[in-house]
Ligand binder design. Sequence first.
Ligand code: NAD
Ligand code: MG
Length: 396
Amino acid sequence: MVAQIQSVTVLGSTGSIGVSTLDVVRRHPDRYRVFALAANSRVDLIIPQIEACNPRYAVMNEPVAAEQLRVQLQALGINGTEVLAGEQQVAMVAAHPEVDTVMAAIVGAAGLISTMAAVHAGKKVMLANKESLVMAGDLLMQAVADSGATLLPVDSEHNAIFQCMPRDYQRGLAATGVNKILLTGSGGPFRQLPIAQLHSVTPAQACAHPNWDMGKKISVDSATMMNKGLEFIEACWLFDARPDQVEVVVHPQSVVHSMVEYRDGSVLAQLGNPDMRTAIAHCLAYPERIDSGVASLDIIRTATLDFEAPDYQRFPCLRLADQAARAGGMAMAVLNAANEIAVAAFLEQHIRFTDIAIVIEQVLTAAPSIEPVSLLLVQQADQEARELARRAIQDL
Ligand code: NAD
Ligand code: MG
């Protein structure tokens, strides 16, 4: 028996995670009701979502898009949804008193303010927006502790780790018998491409991930393995792990989503088809289990599970993320900002794939080291790192 229907806000509803979230939510009308949807600018994508879920609010970050949405909803005779605009309103629907659960699935640093708003309001926060944790991990984890929010990892690896962790892991990894976390990653589309050819790969090739269907930014991050670097930092914050307690393992099949090694030699893994609806359903219903629409894993057909060490020469972004994690302080926010600018420039074909790491390394070297003691300082460092990255791109 379900006691109460959960009221859910989906931030980034028109993206890959947002669409998967609404798919799971719609399978369980007895459990979940969509309170608000938020997206950047794609009016054409949000209209059918509004028609299907009838939310109280729809927020477009871009004011022009919000105006278009208002006009189009009126023309369609849809008047049960109030249209709002701008970042503050995105944060408002994340923190609204009538909301129980927030899916934080905006891509990049743009998700920081609304994720923080949901955390401060003590919500159950399903975290897909790993960049907010990379930028402001200390502040975000402290806010979780202060507000009593429940932070549930949607990222498939972190969701797997969460499932394999002891229930009381928050007492500390050593105290609960955990030796280390084994963070798996597929190695992306260029795992075996001759290194000399990496400089000429196209955005389309970089976005064609062998196992996962994702947004463009995270797809490029997967191709450079910066995604695994960001996830390395994410794992350190979520599970209060030191960098030397997290080991990156390349696993091309993406069936083992990550592992936890215990002191007694036990290694627990979570397996499944590479479909984000498993992690989303796990977070939505936690600690219960609900149907996600994901096909049963055919372990016989899978047959082979390969594991190899990451190649830091091929994937310099992984090394840079590791360095930033060990440097601590603002280095992680700087890494994230520089990466966002470099990836956008690569997607616009202004720089080469191999320039992404070059730009990030230059910005990491040039950025001043300050302690991320407030959100304002993190946002300033983020802006400064973006400016440094733009200049580094001009000077290439
Ligand atoms: P996507 O590009 O498909 O979607 C991004 C969403 O964010 C869109 O709905 C877009 O409208 C919205 N958005 C962007 N800027 C915004 C702004 N300023 N204000 C409001 N909304 C804004 O990205 P995605 O693949 O769904 O990834 C979303 C997040 O989830 C990322 O942080 C990513 O790292 C993480 N994640 C994704 C996957 C995956 O399989 N796609 C897996 C793990 C983690
Ligand atoms: Mg992941």
